[in-house]
Design a protein around this ligand. Structure first.
Ligand code: ASP
Length: 334
């Protein structure tokens, strides 16, 4: 799959990190100095997203505006088949997108299983700002987006359609791993990637955004953790924020991002909070956890960040005044 797989291969081969758009690379997982503004996000595509968010943060702008602008970069990237408009479709060929956003006041908005709209994060923001609701799903979400002036378009790209038809030939839908077809097996560790982004602005306020096309070739109507407040994303401006990536079902079962924030409230460092949340997933389903990926990324009120994943290969990007393109290799249990 796309860039994360490339990243794993590049690292394994010990090849030049110049392949990662000249990003600097660190294998530590947490900073110690208080620092903000700051923006962090999941995976290597987070570098480009962070840079976009930084344009708002460096001007003294609001974290909420920064995270929305930032995650729109992978959402609009035609080479990204796990987030936004070029995402892989579900089992029936529909591209259905999930996203949520949360601000420093505890306001939040979300869309799930939405079709035909390229930037679900912006629709989620309008759900938050213009409706009395938190979440709109399916046709209702699309209808709301169109009413708000979003263009309805066909999202299934020729490349995604080809991949879907290829998958249809060899795999019937199953949430279990298909070893013969690892790359496309629903539910496995290879076909997930979500951008979860957390930012603290110059005023010290925290916001977060999370957006994905979800599990490739999922059942029509399947919703993962990413648009669910508390699962894929949670922000408490007194404490910090957390976001997740990977097999959403396991994150939902454990209300993962809320758990990470609550652990930080109890005094855990961001990294330790993420590790504990990952361990809860493993403890509940040790067999399942062997073959899936889930990663958490968190930041606390002081701008300290950390991450943890079940499997190796998880990376996250950091951008602050010192460095705009830092890529950090997340620690993992296995
Ligand atoms: N968490 C997302 C989902 O389960 C996908 C991912 O991060 O890979 O829908």
């Amino acid at each position: 799959m796309y860039s994360r797989r490339k990243f794993i291969k590049v690292s394994a081969a010990g090849a030049s990190l110049a392949a990662l758009s000249n990003a600097s690379f660190a294998s530590g997982v947490s900073n110690s100095a208080d620092s903000f503004p700051i923006v962090i996000s999941t995976w290597d595509f987070g570098i480009a997203a962070n840079k976009e968010a930084w344009k708002t943060l460096e001007k003294g702008g609001r974290a909420l505006d920064a995270v929305e602008a930032g995650v729109k970069i992978p959402e609009g990237d035609m080479n990204n088949h796990t987030v936004g408009r070029a995402g892989y479709p579900d089992r029936d060929g529909h591209v259905t997108l999930d996203a949520c956003i949360m601000d420093e006041f505890g306001n939040c908005g979300s869309v799930a299983a939405m079709e035909g709209i390229a930037h679900p994060i912006s629709v989620a923001r309008l759900v938050m700002e213009k409706t009395p609701h938190v979440m709109l799903v399916g046709d209702g979400a699309t209808q709301f987006a169109v009413e708000q002036g979003f263009k309805k378009e066909k999202l299934l790209t020729p490349e995604s359609e080809k991949a879907w038809k290829e998958w249809l030939k060899t795999a019937k839908y199953s949430p279990v791993i298909n070893i013969e077809n690892k790359q496309h097996a629903p539910g496995n560790q290879y076909n997930h990637d979500t951008i979860g982004m957390l930012a603290i602005d110059a005023k010290g306020n925290i916001s977060g955004a999370c957006t994905t096309s979800g599990m490739a070739f999922k059942l029509h109507g399947r919703v993962g953790d990413s648009p669910i407040i508390g699962a894929g994303l949670y922000v408490d401006n007194e404490v910090g924020g957390a976001t997740s990536t990977g097999v959403g079902e396991e994150v939902i079962r454990n209300v993962g991002s809320f758990l990470v924030v609550e652990l930080m409230r109890q005094g855990y460092s961001p990294e330790d909070a993420c590790k504990e949340a990952v361990n809860r997933i493993i403890k509940k389903k040790p067999q399942t956890a062997r073959d899936i990926q889930v990663g958490f990324l968190a930041i606390n009120k002081k701008g300290r960040y950390g991450a943890y994943a079940i499997q190796p290969g998880f990376s996250f990007a950091v951008c602050n005044t010192e460095k705009q393109d830092l890529l950090v290799k997340g620690k993992s249990i296995y």
